[in-house]
Design a protein around this ligand. Structure first.
Ligand code: NAG
Ligand code: NAG
Length: 863
């Protein structure tokens, strides 16, 4: 009886790999004994059990077999008593599954337990009494109590022996149900008078090795004659009862008759079953023979009962019969749903056909009552697949998406086919774990933000927001400003974005006049691994503020020049004098300009077009109107608050240019000069003046000296020798200046620098000095013929000088020239006057030099 395990393996391929392995071991093996090498027999890798967290799943309450994952073997966990496990059923086997995870799969294992002769046949009672009449005829049968051996097969009860065998012989019947039924048959009539009590020993022997046996003492009391034994109407009765029938239900009635009279004919019924459960469930009415239920019978425990009934009369004669009660199944058991293995969480990117849960179904009922169908709720991405009977796998059958549904409550419902049908269900809660499969999505496909110019740096403009359908870290969105450049400057020096909140800040103060709008991209990135991102274009529009006053383009307002518009006295009403042209670099309302007359010499004479800035006369010009009109026009924009600029427009009401000119100087009073230039000119003048005076002093000294000499010579009567310096000439030869010059000294509008222009030789002999000529220069030139008055005396009128040039020595002309140039460039009245005085002095001196006939001028020239 060594623990020799026999092995039977069948590998079935049904979806996930399912194998089946079968071992056979004897009962009563010591704890820890080897059952089988499961790894080898299933053909698994040696580490698979450990990595798959292999475990045994069994429906039995007791675990007899244990799994040693490390060694890959099955061991006996506790003593296995085949008789306790299976009673008389053969073969006796343990069924269980080995469940593996990762991937989820299971193998069925069957361990068949073979019997060991560990039980001796036993009788329920140690002693049995018979009262047998001495008149009992040979061949009378007496049913003996059976012995029971819990072992099976050869180890079960084999035969009986009765000793001594003087009066009785044993008769063994093999019943159809496989039980042995033993009777004692009278062989030799009894004689009460010879032997009142007979003691017999009944021995039951099994076929095991070693042989075991049990004994019972049979005590026979020999009675006086009782001729007839009771006789059952049938040797076997049949009856049926549905399970769960109430107590007291009469299952059957057995009847026996006895031909004797009196007490010898009075029959008492009894149940003679031993060891089994019959007497727990059934009772027989001693007198009537009604067999009634006294317990709850359960089809799932016992499908039929064989009740041995004895009828005995008081004379000691008996008969026996058998009542077979079939238990009828009622659909009283719900299918049992057992979760063998289960995942609570599954990743949303799980492949199709991933096993989520393995289920085992068990319905104790039989037939249709035990046929079970399982299904799950609809519209979920799972399906129930059956592999072998009673085993189901819940697998994924379409893509999972945590964002659609992050949790499934899967209800598995199993119903049997009984009438009425019974069903049970379990709800499995399954969470879907997140995978970073969604990129952040901006709430808007593009953004537009507005910033009013001159903003404070750091101002938050607006917020962009992106949502990520994933979960937790996979949905944590960061905002990143993408590198780009605006007007060649990195966009990061314009705006910044808060990575967490998406708030866009202006980094600098914007000027609408420099930049009106710009755009850039913002990337939203989630925290997954790898991260996903999307981007969006943000356009920032700078909004104008009225931060620029209007600028007047015409008339040009220059510090040192003068603009005058001329209106002929004959001008009609509505005569367009000029147009004030102004611009505003702002835009919109802020650049919408209006023109108003602010101050005017004569308000009744001019008006300014509100929209267009045109200055027109509003009445006829009369002779009484002043020549010089001064208008102050205010140009305002429409901003809030509005900004303005003022322009002075000088208007001359005159028909002829001299009239203009006479009035002109007044306008120049407030002109300004470049101080630097003036300073250099004054310096130059001072130097020239110094040189001149030095020259003059030298000349005068020479003259006085000569004059003294001549006086001495005169007094000494020396002959006078006139001397002419060789290079002196008063003719119009080469290297000398012409007699008449036309100097047009002008100043250009833009450069503010002195510019001398010499006209054609001899064409004109008038010098026109216009120290502040601007646009009106054109007009002055056109009027030149009017002013052409040759040889007019020297005229000095309020700074404008018209000088007929004196015919004098070339050196002095040159001097004059320099002086005049200087003069026309200087505004400082005092300096001018001083220079004028010097000039006059110079003229006088030159005249004086010329008037001295006998004296020669100093030999100097100025080229
Ligand atoms: C699943 O069941 C749980 C608990 O009963 C419940 O809180 C949850 O809302 C259910 N989920 C769905 C998707 O029905
Ligand atoms: C921005 O997103 C678009 C699609 O929306 C994509 O084609 C482009 O490559 C992305 N640009 C960057 C710089 O990531």
């Amino acid at each position: 009886m060594k623990g020799q395990a026999r092995l039977f393996i069948s590998l079935l391929s049904l979806g996930s790999v399912i194998g089946q392995v079968s071992y056979t071991i004897p009962e009563e093996m010591a704890k820890g004994s080897l059952v089988g090498n499961i790894v080898k027999d299933l053909g698994l890798e040696s580490t698979r059990l450990t990595s798959g967290k292999a475990r045994i799943y069994t429906r039995d309450s007791d675990e007899y077999i244990e799994l040693n994952r490390e060694r890959g073997v099955l061991l006996v966990k506790q003593r296995i008593d085949r008789e306790a496990l299976c009673r008389q059923t053969t073969p006796c086997a343990l069924h269980f599954q080995i469940i593996l995870e990762n991937p989820m799969e299971f193998y069925s294992v069957t361990v068949q337990i073979t019997d060991v002769n560990d039980n001796a046949p036993t009788f329920e009672e140690r002693e049995i009494q018979f009262k047998i009449s001495e008149s009992a005829i040979t061949g009378a049968k007496f049913v003996l109590e059976r012995a029971v051996d819990l072992d099976v097969g050869l180890n079960d009860l084999q035969r009986y022996e009765l000793k001594p065998t003087d009066n009785f012989a044993l008769k063994l019947y093999n019943n159809a149900d496989g039980n042995k039924h033993v009777e004692m048959v009278l062989q030799k009539p009894l004689d009460r008078e010879k032997q009142e009590q007979i003691f017999l020993v009944l021995t039951a022997v099994d076929g095991g090795e070693p042989q075991l046996s049990g004994t019972m003492l049979i005590v026979i009391t020999v009675l006086d004659a009782n001729d007839n034994a009771p006789v059952f109407t049938q040797p076997t009765y049949k009856s049926a009862v549905t399970e769960n029938s109430p107590k007291g239900t009469v299952v059957a009635t057995v009847t026996a008759s006895d031909a004797d009279h009196g007490s010898n004919g009075k029959i008492a019924y009894s149940i003679t079953n031993t060891l089994d459960d019959v007497r727990i469930f059934f009772n027989i009415n001693k007198e009537t023979g009604d067999v009634t239920l006294i317990g709850n019978i359960d089809f799932e425990e016992s499908r039929d009962f064989q009740i041995n009934i004895r009828a005995s009369d008081e004379g000691g004669l008996t008969d026996s019969c058998k009542l077979v009660v079939d238990v009828q199944d009622v659909n009283d058991n719900k299918p049992e749903i057992n979760i063998m293995s289960k995942s609570n969480v599954i990743s949303e990117d799980a492949k199709l056909d991933t096993v989520v849960t393995m289920i085992n179904i068990d319905d104790k009922d039989t037939g249709e009552n035990g046929k079970v169908q399982c299904f799950i709720n609809e519209n979920i991405p799972f399906t129930l697949k059956t592999t072998t009977n009673d085993f189901y796998r819940l697998v994924t059958d379409s893509e999972l998406d945590r964002e659609r549904s992050y949790e499934y409550n899967i209800t598995v419902t199993c119903s049997d086919e009984g009438v009425p049908t019974l069903s049970s269900s379990v709800t499995l809660s399954l969470h879907i774990s997140d995978v970073n499969d969604n990129a952040p999505v901006f709430e808007s496909s593009s953004y537009e933000g507005y910033i009013v110019e001159n903003n404070t740096p750091g101002l938050s403009v607006f917020t962009v927001r992106a949502r990520d359908a994933d979960w937790n870290q996979n949905a944590r969105v960061s905002y990143i400003l993408e590198d780009s450049s605006v007007n060649g400057v990195p966009v990061s020096s314009y705006v910044s974005i808060s990575a967490d909140s998406g708030v866009i800040h202006a980094v600098r103060s914007f000027d609408y006049e420099q930049i009106k709008d710009f755009h850039f991209r913002i990337k939203a990135q989630d925290g997954g691994s790898p991260p996903l991102s999307s981007n969006v274009t943000v356009k920032i529009l700078i909004q104008d503020q009225n931060d620029n006053p209007p600028q007047v383009l015409y008339p040009v307002q220059t510090g040192g020049s003068l603009v005058a518009e001329m209106v002929p006295r004959s001008a009609d009403v509505g005569y367009l004098v000029t147009k004030v042209v102004a611009v505003d670099v702002d835009s919109g309302q802020n650049a919408w300009l209006s023109y108003k007359l602010q101050k005017a010499t004569d308000r009744a004479l001019f008006e300014v077009g509100l929209q267009n800035g045109e200055i027109r006369t509003i009445r006829q010009v009369t002779d009484k109107d002043a020549v010089k009109q001064r208008l102050s026009v205010i140009v305002e924009d429409n901003g809030q608050p509005s900004r303005s600029a003022t322009v002075i427009v000088n208007v001359v009401v005159a028909d002829s240019f001299p009239e203009v000119l006479s009035e002109f100087t007044d306008f120049t009073q407030d002109k300004e000069y470049n101080d630097n230039l003036t300073f250099y000119l004054v310096l130059a003048l001072a130097v020239v003046s110094f040189l001149f005076i030095t020259c003059l002093v030298v000349i005068i000294s020479v003259k006085i000296y000569r004059w003294r000499q001549s006086r001495i010579m005169f007094h000494s009567n020396l002959p006078v020798i006139p001397y002419y310096p060789p290079r002196y000439s008063d003719t119009l030869g080469t290297g000398t200046l012409q007699h008449v010059y036309n100097y047009e000294v002008c100043r250009t509008t833009d450069s503010r620098k002195s510019d001398c222009k010499f006209g054609g030789a001899g064409s004109q002999n008038v010098l026109i000095m216009d120290p502040s000529s601007t646009g009106t220069m054109q007009r002055i030139q056109s009027e030149k013929s009017i002013l052409d008055e040759p040889d007019s005396p020297l005229e000095v009128r309020n700074g404008t000088i018209i000088i007929p040039l004196l015919r004098t020595s070339q050196s002095l002309y040159c001097m004059h020239c320099i002086y005049l140039i200087a003069l026309c460039s200087i505004s400082k009245e005092k300096v001018k006057l001083l220079l004028l005085l010097l000039l006059l002095l110079l003229l006088l001196l030159s005249l004086e030099i010329k008037l001295l006939p006998h004296v020669y001028s100093a030999p100097w020239t100025c080229n």
